[in-house]
Design a protein around this ligand. Structure first.
Ligand SMILES: [Zn+2]
Ligand SMILES: [Zn+2]
Length: 337
């Protein structure tokens, strides 16, 4: 089969590789689309410490936001059949370890990890597979994983009906958080994003105010928009350290600041404890999407997801995918298999 194989930093090429065959507990999916995650270019470029330091030039297939049809099932699989349209999680917890039994399945130490999906076929275990309803296309299905991340973000963002929310970054996670914040009852939503096309999209998806943080005074506009108070919830979804720091000053008393992005492993952000005390602020972060795939699946028909897919690129053009991502104008790029 064809797959985009990464061999060391910055080196990715489409190659012919052996087709994976499912074990008794595995499902083999013919991949239709695999979304490009913000972390994929970081993995490829060796930033953020997302690759194990000893990985070297070991061939590796990445890609974890996949949809497709089931091509084969292992002998122990009862719930799924060949031909079913599905979308998948890339990791599934063991269900038996300390973390799995204590509401922290995302910290499972012995879970299953799917094979990479920038490939014609990928393997999953049963818990990682979600059947897509008939009226959900495979393109939209490929957004199940990012939607699950936004669901987890909203789970901890402390948004209440009538509240105010600021979001930095109008990439897929920022825009999905925007849609879900509105559905959760947020009444005033500001989105900060340097790229004009993405600001327009945020406006179209329901943001009341959009701000260019490089050329406008975000803090001042935020104050004006919230009657000089600041926001009940600030969601940082850009991955910018400046934005992560500024999120703290955008929050109102008792506000929640949510860091919903991946940042460089060794980076630090200065926080003044007195300021946290005096305003009784909470800083939260999220890691992956525990327990949120089933709800993300329910939400697929209820969210406006099509406008988020700005590019569909065939696997053969995998290098173009990373160039497009670098240009910064794309929202969600899907790799088509
Ligand atoms: Zn992802
Ligand atoms: Zn576990």
């Amino acid at each position: 089969m064809k797959a985009a194989v990464m061999r060391g930093i910055g080196n990715i090429n489409v190659e012919e590789v052996p087709e994976p065959e499912p074990g008794p507990d595995e499902i083999k999916m013919k991949v239709a689309y695999c979304g490009v995650c913000g972390t994929d270019p970081e993995i490829l470029e060796g930033r953020f410490g997302l690759m194990p330091p000893d990985a070297g030039n070991e061939p590796r297939i990445i890609g974890h936001e996949a949809s497709g049809t089931i091509a084969a099932v292992g002998s122990n699989i009862k719930r799924y059949q060949v031909g079913q349209k599905v979308a998948c999680n890339f990791r599934s917890p063991c269900g038996a370890c300390y973390y799995c039994r204590n509401k922290m399945e995302h910290f499972c130490r012995s879970g299953y990890h799917a094979s990479g999906a920038y490939a014609e076929y990928a393997l999953y275990n049963e818990q990682a597979v979600y059947a897509l309803p008939d009226d959900i296309s495979l393109e939209i299905g490929a957004l199940l994983e990012p939607v699950s991340v936004a669901v987890h973000a909203i789970d901890v963002a402390n948004i209440h009906p009538g509240g105010s929310v600021a979001i930095s970054g109008a990439g897929p996670i920022g825009l999905l958080c925007l849609e879900l914040a509105l559905k959760s009852g947020a009444a005033r939503v500001l989105v900060s994003e340097p790229v004009a096309e993405k600001r327009q999209l945020a406006k179209k998806l329901g943001a009341d105010v959009v701000v260019d943080p490089f050329n406008e005074n975000l803090e001042e506009i935020g104050k004006q928009f919230t009657d000089s108070r600041g926001f009940d919830t600030v969601i940082e979804a850009s991955g910018s350290l400046e934005a992560a720091k500024q999120a703290i000053s955008l929050a109102d008393n008792c506000g929640t600041i949510l860091w919903a992005a991946v940042y460089p492993r060794d980076a630090e952000v200065g926080v003044r404890p007195f300021y946290m005390y005096a305003k009784e602020l909470t800083i939260r972060a999220i890691f992956t999407s525990p327990y949120s795939f089933p709800r993300a699946l329910n939400l697929l028909p209820r969210l406006d997801l099509k406008p988020l897919i700005t590019h569909i690129v065939p696997l053969d053009d995998i290098k173009k995918v990373f160039e497009l991502h670098k240009e910064g104008k794309a929202v969600k790029i899907l790799v088509k298999l």
